[in-house]
Ligand binder design. Structure first.
Ligand code: NAP
Ligand code: GDD
Length: 333
C-alpha cells in the first residue's frame, strides 16, 4: 500500500523538492498551508499537481490535529518555520513561537493522534553558531547566535525528548545551508544570483550586501531532501548532520556568480550596514560522515555547479519574463 507523508512548510524551498522526491517514491503527499488565501499555495500546486494541500498553522494546535486526522500520514516532515535569521532578530518572540514551540505542537499532536507516525524535524547548523569545533558533527555542542538558532536548538532538544520519553520515531536532521533556483530572494545566495543576472541584463547596477567574510557550507537542496527521507527509513531513530564538508565565503560566492556572467563583482557590490546582524555566525562547515556511513547519503552537486545552476536559472527566468526587453524599450529615446 502507498505510504502517506504530511509536510509542513510545503510552500518553501525544501517543501517542494521533498514533495517531488516522495511522489517519485510512490507516496501520497499532503502539504500544510497557512492563511486564508496564501498565494504560495497556488504556486506550489501548479508546480506539483499531485500534491494534496490542507490548511493548518504551526501556531494553532487544533489545526495540526485536524490535519493529521485528515491526511492520516505514516511520516510527518516538519519544515515550517520562520527560517530567515535576520528576521528572527526583529521578531524574536514570533520565531520562538513558530520555529521553536511549533515543533512541540506537531510532536504533541502526533503523540495524541497516532504515536506510530514517524517524525522528521528540520534542525539547522545555525544551532552550532559560535562553533566549538571544526568541522561540526552530531556531538558538537550548540552555541546559537540568533533567536532563530536558539529556537532551532529548542526544536532539536524537544524532538530528542519526545523520542526518549514516548518511544516515538522522531529524528532531527541537522542540515547545513542548502540552496537552489527555488531559494527565497532574502537569502544571500539567491540575492546574489538574481541581482547578478539583473545586472547582466542591464536591469540593475549595484548589489547591497552585509558581511562578505562569512563562510558557509553550501549544498544543493535537491540532494538534501533525499537525506530527510532516508532518515525516516531507518529501523532506529537517530540524528544526522547533512553537509558538503566544504566552506566558502560570501566573497567566493560573489566571484563565482559574477565571474560566470563575465562580470567583476567588485564593480557592483556595495557593503551596506543595514544587512549586518547583531551577532554573526562567522564560519560553518559540517562533517556528514555518519550520514554517509549509516544512510549511504552523499551529495551530487558541488559548489561551482550549484552557483552556475542558480545564475543560469535566474537569467532564463528574467529573460522569459520579458523584463530585459521591457527595460531596454523603457530606456529607448
Ligand atoms: P523556507 O523556504 O523559508 O520555507 C519556510 C516554510 O515555513 C514556508 O512554507 C512557510 O509558509 C512556512 N511557515 C512559516 N510560518 C508558518 C506557520 N506559522 N505555520 C505553518 N507554516 C509556516 O525554508 P526552507 O529553506 O525550505 O527550509 C525548510 C526548513 O529547514 C525550515 O524549517 C528551515 O529553518 C530549515 N533549514 C533550512 C536550511 C536551508 O539552508 N534551507 C538549513 C537548515 C535548516 P508560508 O509560505 O505560509 O510563509
Ligand atoms: N541574507 C543575507 N543578505 N545574508 C547576507 C547578506 C545579505 O545582504 N550579506 C551578507 N550576508 C551573510 C549573512 O550575514 C550570513 O553570514 C550569510 O551571508 C548567509 O546568510 P543567509 O543566506 O541569510 O543564510 P544563513 O546562513 O543566515 O541561514 C540559512 O542557513 C541556515 C543553516 O545554516 C537559512 O536557510 C536558515 O534557515 C538555515 O537554518
Amino acid at each position: 500500500m502507498a505510504r502517506t507523508a504530511l509536510i509542513t512548510g510545503i510552500t518553501g524551498q525544501d517543501g517542494s523538492y521533498l514533495a517531488e522526491h516522495l511522489l517519485a517514491q510512490g507516496y501520497e503527499v499532503w502539504g500544510l498551508v497557512r492563511g486564508q488565501n496564501n498565494p504560495r499555495a497556488a504556486t506550489v500546486q501548479r508546480l506539483i499537481p499531485d500534491l494534496r494541500l490542507i490548511e493548518g498553522d504551526l501556531h494553532d494546535q487544533s489545526s495540526l490535529i485536524a490535519a493529521l486526522e485528515a491526511a492520516r500520514p505514516d511520516e510527518v516532515y516538519n519544515l515550517g518555520a520562520i527560517s530567515f535569521v535576520a528576521l528572527s532578530f526583529k521578531q524574536a518572540i514570533n520565531t520562538g513561537e513558530i520555529t521553536g514551540l511549533g515543533v512541540t505542537r506537531v510532536l504533541d499532536a502526533i503523540r495524541v493522534v497516532n504515536p506510530r507516525i514517524r517524525f522528521y524535524q528540520a534542525s539547522s547548523s545555525e544551532m552550532f553558531g559560535k562553533v566549538r569545533e571544526t568541522p561540526q558533527n552530531e556531538l558538537t555542542p550548540f552555541h546559537p547566535r540568533s533567536p532563530y538558532g536558539a529556537a532551532k536548538a529548542y526544536g532539536h532538544h524537544i524532538t530528542v525528548n519526545y523520542r526518549e520519553s514516548y518511544g516515538m520515531h522522531a529524528v532531527s536532521g541537522i542540515l547545513f545551508n542548502h540552496e537552489s533556483p527555488r531559494r527565497g530572494m532574502e537569502f544571500v545566495t539567491r540575492k546574489i544570483t538574481h541581482t547578478a543576472a539583473r545586472i547582466k541584463l542591464g536591469l540593475e547596477r549595484e548589489l547591497r550586501l552585509g558581511n562578505l567574510d562569512a563562510r558557509r557550507d553550501w549544498g544543493y537542496a535537491g540532494d538534501y531532501v533525499r537525506a530527510m527521507h532516508l532518515m525516516l527509513q531507518q529501523s532506529e531513530p537517530d540524528d544526522y548532520v547533512i553537509a558538503s564538508g566544504e566552506s566558502h565565503s560570501v566573497r567566493e560566492f560573489l566571484a563565482a556568480a559574477f565571474g560566470h556572467l563575465g562580470l567583476r563583482w567588485e564593480d557592483h557590490v556595495v557593503v551596506d550596514e543595514r544587512f549586518l546582524r547583531p551577532a554573526e555566525v562567522d564560519v560553518l562547515v559540517g562533517d556528514a560522515g555518519k550520514a554517509r556511513r549509516v544512510l549511504g547519503w552523499q551529495p551530487g552537486v558541488g559548489f561551482a555547479d550549484l552557483v552556475v545552476m542558480m545564475v543560469e536559472s535566474d537569467l532564463r527566468e528574467l529573460t522569459a519574463s520579458g523584463a530585459a526587453s521591457a527595460s531596454a524599450s523603457a530606456s529607448a529615446p
